[in-house]
Design a protein around this ligand. Structure first.
Ligand code: PHE
Length: 366
């Protein structure tokens, strides 16, 4: 049962505010039900434990405190989410296929960078923003349409780099590198007491992170013409999967005690012990696609029906015939993290998938 009114960052949000009767709206029930869950604000949850460990690093490593935000509303304007951070007008991330739109001007933020410009404008110079972010995506063990990011921003003044004798940009880049290395040591060092980061861990570390010296234009627009800054955006799930040995991203959303009871406040990197492995069941579906078909749309249909029982949707065959018609075959893996599924149950899911794939995506089943 999903509550129909939520409180997000002090704002009351009703179901009808998110799933608006607007032709551009593409927010399904499964996504609405995730709003307000705020896994990152639970001290006993791996995502919250990780957030607190990163806070601890910034609190102990920097003389000037970073301002922390973890309760900003995930409903933002297109301007905040894209324009203010200079995402080009034709960038794919702006498409209805990649982002959840509430209406033409309003989206569920697809990154915590959506709050950068406003916080800079309000005068913050050191800050961390943690939040749930939303992206339409395919289905596998490392992708989920809701995940969590932490954004870090640090602004420098002329005093900072003049003292160091290097130019402003180099100073910011050097400082960013030091900051992230220190953070990696803080998080991984706890597990591998002082041994160097292994190659594998380093690769995973880079995979979970976007970062750089901030575009001058962003600072200029927020009234900071004499400054430079760095910013990073960390994907918390990917990092937590490495730190806690969590094999599937769906587990973060599990209420099963056999999952939740394994984690406690302040305990970073306790290795998750899988409670049981239930067998997956595979079902194939083939159809002739049309011009508007996308894999993200297919995955949205599958999730709408199977929810977290859908483990993977994989394209296993793709061909075009002499008439120019293209056929796709997808293999859907159904598996519960918590129990065995019955044949009847899976057959019914697959039946519904077949029906909705036809009616919602307008494709022709083979
Ligand atoms: N916003 C970027 C993303 O979500 C990550 C990022 C943040 C990159 C800050 C650079 C600076 O992919």
């Amino acid at each position: 049962p999903v509550a129909s009114v939520l409180e997000l960052g002090g704002v009351k949000i009703g179901r009808e505010d998110v799933m608006r009767d607007d032709p551009t709206n593409n927010v399904p029930d499964t996504i609405f039900s995730k709003l307000g869950m705020q896994l990152h604000r639970r001290d006993q949850h791996p995502i919250g434990i990780l957030k607190n460990a990163i806070y601890e690093y910034f609190d102990t490593s920097y003389p000037n405190k970073f301002d922390k935000f973890d309760d900003l509303c995930p409903i933002v304007t297109v301007k905040q989410n894209f324009d203010d951070v200079l995402v080009p007008a034709d960038h794919v991330s702006r498409s209805y296929n990649d982002t959840y739109y509430i209406d033409a001007q309003t989206v569920l933020r697809c990154h915590t960078s959506a709050h950068q410009a406003e916080l800079l404008r309000r005068g913050h110079t050191h800050f961390l923003v943690t939040g749930d972010v939303y992206r339409r995506d395919s289905i596998d063990s490392t992708h989920y349409p809701v995940f969590h990011q932490m954004e870090g921003v640090r602004v420098f003044s002329p005093d900072d780099w003049e003292a160091s004798g290097v130019d402003a940009t180099s100073h910011a880049a050097e400082d960013l590198k030091k900051c992230l290395e220190g953070l990696a040591n803080h998080l991984f060092g706890k597990l591998r007491t002082k041994t160097l980061l292994s190659k594998c861990t380093l690769e995973k570390w880079l995979e979970v992170l976007g970062c750089g010296v901030t575009e001058q234009e962003i600072l200029k627009r927020s009234g900071k013409t004499n400054n430079v800054a760095w910013a990073f955006g960390l994907g918390l799930e990917r990092l937590a999967m490495v730190l806690f040995d969590i094999p599937d991203i769906r587990l973060f959303w599990s209420n099963d005690e056999r999952f939740t009871s394994q984690f406690s406040k302040g305990q970073l990197g306790v290795k998750f012990k899988p409670f049981s492995k239930y067998p997956p069941c595979y079902k194939d579906i083939s159809f002739w696609i049309n011009e508007s078909f996308t894999e993200n749309n297919l995955c949205e249909v599958v999730r709408g029906i199977a929810g977290d029982l859908a483990e993977e949707v994989l394209l296993i065959d793709n061909f075009t015939n002499k008439k120019g018609m293209t056929s796709h075959c997808y293999r859907i893996a159904y598996r519960s993290m918590e129990r065995s599924l019955t044949d009847d149950e899976i057959n019914e899911l697959q039946w519904n998938v077949r029906e909705q794939v036809q009616s919602k995506l307008n494709v022709v089943l083979r």
